[in-house]
Design a protein around this ligand. Structure first.
Ligand code: ZN
Length: 432
């Protein structure tokens, strides 16, 4: 697969996954093609050498693993971590209001979205709905409206004369409601619940609650004179999830002495504190159970962790030549010039001199270029799941990612060559 095909494969993955719940569903479909078996946390696990498994928690976090030929105490776990969520708008519990003959949806802001980028786009809804069945049971179902349903129109420049001087701003409480429908005499009933019901099973008697994400219906695309870039929503951080799973599912990687783990968590964009987030017990519980399923010795789990390594993969801020002052001039990283090792001595990123050197060597062995990123000293640095996961497990880690523009925009972009490079270095790490 060449770099453009690989990037197009990523765009297809993103477009099939308009919410964290759909990310897990898309991955499950892909894993089924490779004979992965789902394990349930409520069951007792019996694991086979060389077995392929995955576990889901909260419907939006997933841990995929391939059990190695050797015990985890002998080889440790090789872990790649990333996140399934992206900043967006979500639908509030009382979903609708009516104003000026328009049914509008009430939204809450999820994570650190660049809000203005959601304006004037063909938005729609995807996520999970909880409902009651005719038998009185509670059930959940995913919904995904592929057609544009929603819009946040800008105010015309004639009514907002200073927009180009003051910047495009939406007052968060009063100016974000999304237009869904005209309310007419023929259609006085909420279109919101009518639409949800249309995608739920026939035995639904009552919709009770939902986790509904607003997403951009525009498909991803390659761009640039030579198709060297790509654009889509949710590149942060589905590009890292895609690179990791692509590396894991390579035939040269699947048969392995070590136990290989891809751990993708929801709620990174809001601090990772949840039952299925990276700060929760999901990864620790899963690794402990893998160890316990194959060893009688209570020391083996600690031995396994002591030999383990985590690549925390999340996107990095590519240099934007229109805004040179946003960067530390000595630590700029550039689209299509290689994967990025992220360093922050205050441990916002987990990389240290040793883990950086290890990653550099994997890059060299995979024939992949790398670049070093350090944030400006006078700007607060973001973080990712690396710090929390590495802290909880006590496992050495490196924070890496690919350079991208417009992180947390509704429409982000990055480089096709960096994506293939990341897959190659991840394969090298998993087969080390
Ligand atoms: Zn991220």
């Amino acid at each position: 697969m060449n770099a453009q095909q690989s990037a197009q494969n990523l765009l297809n993955f993103i477009d099939a996954s308009p919410s964290p719940w759909h990310v897990v569903k898309t991955l499950e479909t892909q894993l089924a093609l490779f004979q992965f078996e789902r394990l349930y946390e409520t069951e007792i696990w019996t694991l086979k050498t060389g077995g392929r498994y995955y576990v889901v928690r909260g419907d939006s976090s997933i841990i995929v693993f391939v059990h190695g030929e050797k015990t985890v105490a002998e080889t440790g776990f090789k872990i790649i971590g990333a996140h399934t969520d992206s900043p967006s708008l979500r639908i509030k519990p009382n979903p609708t209001n009516t104003a000026a003959g328009l049914e509008r949806l009430n939204v809450e802001i999820y994570g650190g979205a660049i809000i203005a980028t959601f304006a004037d786009r063909e938005l729609s809804l995807a996520g999970r709905v909880s409902y009651q069945t005719e038998e009185g049971e509670l059930a959940q179902s995913l919904v995904h409206f592929a057609q544009p349903l929603l819009r946040l129109p800008n105010l015309a420049i004639h009514l907002n004369r200073n927009v180009n001087e003051d910047g495009l701003k939406f007052q968060k409480q009063n100016e974000l409601a999304l237009i869904l429908a005209n309310v007419t005499e023929q259609l006085p009933i909420s279109q919101f619940s009518t639409l949800l019901k249309s995608q739920l099973p026939n035995d639904t008697t009552q919709i009770l609650a939902w986790d509904l994400n607003v997403f951009d219906t525009q498909k991803g695309s390659l761009w640039g004179a030579n198709n060297e870039f790509f654009a889509d929503s949710q590149i942060d951080n589905l590009a890292s999830c895609h690179a990791a799973i692509h590396a894991l599912l390579d035939e040269s990687v699947l048969k392995n002495d070590s136990t290989l783990v891809c751990a993708f968590f929801d709620h990174e964009e809001v601090g990772s504190e949840s039952h299925c987030g990276a700060s929760g017990s999901f990864l620790t519980d899963t690794l402990q159970r893998i160890s316990d399923a194959t060893s009688q010795n209570s020391q083996d789990f600690a031995r396994a962790l002591a030999r383990s390594f985590i690549i925390s993969a999340d996107m990095a801020h590519a240099y934007h030549p229109n805004f040179p002052n946003a960067y530390d001039a000595q630590h700029t990283v550039h689209v299509n010039q290689g994967v990025v090792i992220k360093v922050n001595v205050n441990q916002r990123y987990t990389s240290d001199g040793v883990s950086e050197a290890m990653f550099m060597r994997w890059c060299e062995q995979a024939n992949v270029k790398y670049q070093m990123y350090s944030h400006r000293n006078d700007l607060p640095c973001g973080s990712t799941i690396g710090a929390t996961v590495s802290t909880k497990l006590g496992v050495r880690s490196v924070d890496v990612g690919n350079p991208m523009w417009a992180m947390h925009s509704c429409r982000e972009s990055a480089g096709v060559f960096d994506h293939s490079a990341m897959i190659e270095v991840m394969k090298r790490f998993l087969t080390d």
